[in-house]
Design a protein around this ligand. Structure first.
Ligand SMILES: Cc1ncc(COP(=O)(O)O)c(C=O)c1O
Length: 388
């Protein structure tokens, strides 16, 4: 048995969250209401956009955005090949076709030099993901999008509070999508939000999230029920106030881990660009299998035995996932069948193939004590075959 167990993620809730939730419970009104509205205002203000529209989760945020922007069946959205599946399943849910770009070898985010290969006449949008909390290379991506008249949808589900050249993620593209799932930098349990400066898009999103109703009686378009309840909003509005503090602590612990483990040749810390503020959703490291003789998965399992929980994802390029590789859409090949291009995903993109399966994220959440971090360092150093 290990001396202790250091977890990799934990929601941190305080008095304000409890008080807000109790206020909603006492009001007897749990629907989307004043707490969600307050949360939206605070989030827009925090990110630096004119509008924020709260929804039920990060996946429905992406779906609603694609619908609000007017994606037509068979149109294409360029996404990175290394990310959580719903970056791309959300595209399929809206009748679109994901086109998989390679990732930057050092940052693991969408590789802008691969955009030209991905471009077709059906291209509608680019969806960079600020993976593990590090912003994607937004200047180059936005410049390419401008040149080809494409929308930029930031998938910022892993990057609350990160910034790129002094601009918060979620305020750089046409829209930003966030998730407040329980393991994220801040949480509402389940929840999501869209940020934008565009009033028409924001209004469209508000209507679409609530059954496409223009008023109590009229469904003017095909909408959804993707609302956030005030119970979740009550947690969110309290969490926003704590995000900078949480991120500061994440940064401190992650940078300490990166420095203390820098000399291990089998554990390569991820690169961080000088012009970003990393949100450190993960403290990401690449396991060098050829140096330690173990796969990322074996390291993850062994560290867990020794009381250190790590994240270990993503273990398959998205283009190999059966849902995409086998064109599993709406019980048929729709939406691929609505697309004139031949999208067999028999891809092998060099950078993602190198990285896949080798990433681990070390514990860095703000609920950890310094002793926990020391334990992580000791455990990993003891694990080094050259040291033991
Ligand atoms: C990059 C990315 N996109 C989208 C999502 C979807 O968010 P949710 O789980 O809230 O639906 C996640 C969630 O984990 C994610 O990591």
């Amino acid at each position: 048995m290990a001396d202790r167990y250091v977890s990799v993620a934990e929601p941190i809730l305080g008095e304000a969250e409890h008080e807000n939730v109790n206020e909603v419970l006492d009001s007897g009104r749990f629907l989307q209401g004043p707490m969600v509205e307050e949360f939206e205002k605070k989030w827009a203000n925090y990110v630096g956009t004119d509008y924020a529209v709260a929804v039920s989760n990060g996946t429905t945020a992406i779906q609603l955005v694609l619908k609000a922007l007017g994606l037509e069946p068979g149109e294409e959205v360029i996404v990175p090949s290394l990310t959580f599946g719903s970056t791309a399943t959300a595209v399929v849910h809206q009748g679109g076709v994901p086109v998989f770009a390679d990732i930057d070898r050092e940052l693991y985010t969408l590789d802008h030099t691969d955009l030209e290969r991905c471009l077709t006449d059906e291209a509608f949008a680019i969806m960079p993901v600020h993976l593990y909390g590090h912003p994607a290379e937004m200047d180059e991506i936005c410049e390419f999008a401008d040149r080809h008249d494409l929308y930029v949808i930031e998938d910022a589900a892993q990057a609350h509070g990160a910034s790129y050249k002094n601009q918060k993620v979620g305020s750089i593209g046409n829209v930003g999508c966030f998730s407040f799932y329980a393991t994220k930098n801040i949480t509402t349990g389940e929840g999501g939000i869209v940020t934008t400066d565009n009033k028409a898009i924001a209004e469209n999103l508000r209507m679409l999230r609530s059954h496409g109703m223009a008023d109590r009686d009229t469904h003017i378009t095909l909408g959804y029920n993707y609302r956030m309840s005030d119970l979740n909003g009550a947690i969110g509005t309290a969490q926003v106030d704590r995000l900078d503090g949480f991120n500061e602590r994440r940064r401190e612990m992650s940078e300490y881990l990166l420095t203390e483990l820098d000399d291990l040749d089998w554990l390569e810390p991820a690169a961080v660009r000088s012009y970003v503020d990393h949100a450190y959703f993960w403290a990401p490291f690449e396991v060098q299998e050829d140096k330690i003789g173990m796969t990322g998965k074996e390291v993850w399992a062994e560290l867990r035995e020794r009381g250190v929980e790590t994240r270990h994802r993503y273990n398959m390029p998205l283009y190999d996932q059966p849902v995409f590789a086998d064109h599993r859409g709406f019980n048929s090949e729709f939406p691929w069948s609505a697309n004139p291009n031949d999208h067999d995903y028999d891809l092998s993109l060099p950078n993602v193939e190198k990285i896949v399966g080798s990433m681990i994220g070390l514990p860095n959440h703000p609920g950890l004590e310094n002793e926990d971090i020391e334990y992580v360092i000791e455990t990993i150093r003891a694990f080094d075959p050259e040291d033991s």
